[in-house]
Design a protein around this ligand. Structure first.
Ligand code: MF3
Ligand code: CO
Length: 249
């Protein structure tokens, strides 16, 4: 069942989304060589609590931290640790914020210091792929319209699309129906309706699209060929004529 949110629920998600945005803005200041990913986790954790919200990744299916920090060939769900960011790293930061039982989910990818042109392009094109998908969102459009727009853009830029992980509905839980794949056919899938809230999250790789789970922590997903990966995500509300980004400004 795909839920349609009431005006009250949307208001709660707007706040959860706004605090998600502000937390990302806060973290951005600390993305520098030498900082540990655990420190980033603590900064986010404290900031979210200070704003009357909860870090909803913490404890979700026993996830041990408040944010996910995924570096280089790590695609998503990297667990914060004593690992330090280094010059040249590609780092994605992804987390959920909850307010009075409603959630927001957003991710951004940064480069640390200097990287080669190809890497800069990977990150920028993954961000643009998210916006290509977003532009398709409005009541009456199909999930496949979003999926296809992202896939088409990624392939034009020579990037591969991770297929094993997908975007999703968001609301009173982090992951709701429907799935929002980053590949697919226009005109296919569920019809979007006013009041649905979905997270769109392209994960694009420089090399192979294949990913696998690291056995040792049972969370971190990496590219099979160890190529670099980037990830951007927004939670959006479907409106009559388009969309409202809940995790933006
Ligand atoms: N944006 C991530 C996702 O949709 C956040 C999940 S929370 C975690 O999978 F606990 F699984 F990390
Ligand atoms: Co998500």
């Amino acid at each position: 069942m795909i839920s349609i949110k009431s005006e009250r629920e949307i208001e709660l998600m707007r706040y959860a989304g706004h605090i998600n945005f502000l937390t990302h803005e806060e973290l951005k200041k600390y993305i520098k060589p030498g900082i540990t990913t655990e420190t980033l986790d603590k900064i986010a954790h404290d900031f979210i609590l200070k704003n009357d919200c909860i870090p909803s990744c913490l404890g979700y299916e026993n996830y041990p931290k408040s944010i996910c920090v995924s570096i280089n060939d790590e695609v998503v769900h990297g667990i914060p640790s004593k690992r330090k960011l280094r010059n040249g790293d590609v780092v994605s930061i992804d987390f959920c914020v909850g307010y009075k039982g409603y959630h927001s989910d957003a991710s951004r990818t940064y480069v640390v210091g200097n990287v080669r042109r190809e890497v800069q392009d990977l990150v920028e094109n993954t961000r643009l792929a998210l916006y290509e998908g977003l532009r398709k969102v409005r009541a009456g459009a199909k999930i496949g319209d979003i999926s296809h727009a992202i896939e088409d853009f990624a392939h034009k830029k020579g990037l591969s699309v991770v297929e094993d992980l997908v975007g999703h509905g968001v609301g009173s839980t982090i992951h709701e129906e429907p799935d929002v794949p980053n590949f697919g056919e226009e005109g296919k899938g569920y019809t979007l309706k006013e009041g649905m809230t979905i997270a769109i999250e392209p994960m694009l790789n420089l090399g192979s699209k294949n990913v696998c789970l690291i056995d040792k922590d049972d969370w971190t997903i990496v590219t099979e060929d160890e190529s670099l990966s980037a990830h951007f995500e927004h939670t959006v509300l479907v409106t009559k004529d388009g969309y409202e980004i809940l995790t933006g400004e």
